[in-house]
Design a protein around this ligand. Structure first.
Ligand SMILES: [Zn+2]
Length: 328
């Protein structure tokens, strides 16, 4: 290697080391309206840009009484209050935000670090049962890069949780990946397995449009109990025995396991930062995903905060959406 080449290579390495992946937010506010899956009521969601280190916070605009922080709910694992049908958050005043997982998945997948999310009801609208419309509005609003480096959570040792329902684990790895396996009696699903490195635009290409699903008898039972009142073939895949009832059929042959992977991406983004590690799950749902985060954070040796630099910046989740130049 000649002297000039050696000097140039050294300079490039130094530049790469300094160049960290930066935090992102939306370029402008954007709204969308839909119905809540469980309430059946119409709600409007507004995604507002937020400064560096703000994180993702929800604000209920229909809750006005009392202290100014009463309506605010942080999108964080220790605010998850209910995981039976969806991931629901609650603050200390009992103000709740239901069905956050598909929106959180879109924010994770598109690499949005900071956002003030306004909602005029108790539940994020279900839209078509996937994360696609959330990705579409993020793309339409545009993304800007902030000057602060993005803080990621690096998994340092394996952590696993298991219950009668299933199991999930996080293990050290160079990138965030999802490995999910499900098995159902119904011939419409059977055994499905998906393994995906969720880097760059992979979320938008492979997972974003996968819809939530349910069985006809479950939907009927839930609706009798006053739940899933907004649930219909417009926002879920409905299976009756071995048959998919939706007219257009499936968006992917393995749409079911892709949706479970989407849910996991959303649930894990409640960690507060992108996780760098390998997620593996069998038949896991929102409860197991939340228990996994609680177990991870309970052990200080199992994780650390870090910044993605140099070659590692290629592993950042950005949804394939380029950000505009950094703003101060
Ligand atoms: Zn879901």
């Amino acid at each position: 290697m000649g002297l000039i080449t050696a000097v140039r290579k050294d300079r490039q390495t130094k530049t790469a080391a300094k160049e960290a992946v930066r935090q992102r937010t939306l370029k402008k506010a954007v709204s969308l309206t839909g119905i809540g899956l469980h309430s059946g009521a119409e709600v409007t969601l507004t995604l507002n840009p937020a400064p560096a280190d703000h994180g993702i916070h929800f604000h209920r605009t229909d809750v006005t009484a009392g202290a100014s922080d009463k309506a605010a709910v942080a999108a964080r694992w220790d605010r998850v209050a209910d995981t039976r049908l969806c991931s629901a958050l609650a603050n200390d005043h009992g103000v709740t935000i239901g069905t956050v997982e598909h929106l959180m998945a879109a924010l994770a997948g598109c690499g949005i670090d900071n956002l003030r999310i306004e909602l005029d009801g108790p539940e994020v609208p279900v839209m078509d049962g996937s994360a696609q419309q959330f990705v579409d509005v993020i793309r339409a609003a545009g993304v800007v890069e902030l000057s602060a480096a993005r803080r990621v959570i690096r998994v340092l040792k394996p952590v696993a949780v298991e219950s009668e329902q299933g199991r999930a684990e996080l293990a050290p790895a160079a990138v965030f990946s999802v490995d999910f396996e499900i098995e159902f009696q119904s011939r419409a699903i059977r055994r499905q397995h998906l393994r995906l490195g969720v880097v760059n635009g992979a979320f938008c290409k492979e997972l974003a449009n996968a819809r939530t699903f349910g069985f006809m008898h479950e939907v009927e039972a839930m609706q009798k109990a006053g739940l899933a009142r907004g649930g219909s073939l417009d926002n879920a895949i409905v299976i009756d025995g071995d048959k998919v009832l939706n007219d257009g059929g499936l968006r992917h042959v393995d749409e079911f396991v892709r949706h479970k992977a989407l849910d996991a991406v959303g649930d894990l983004y409640l960690a507060g930062s992108q996780i760098i590690g390998a997620y593996r799950a069998e038949r896991a749902g929102h409860a197991i995903n939340n228990a996994l985060l609680r177990k991870l954070f309970a052990d200080p040796d199992a994780w650390c905060y870090d910044v993605l630099r140099g070659d590692e910046s290629k592993t950042a989740m950005d949804g394939g959406i380029k950000a505009e130049a950094a703003v101060v």
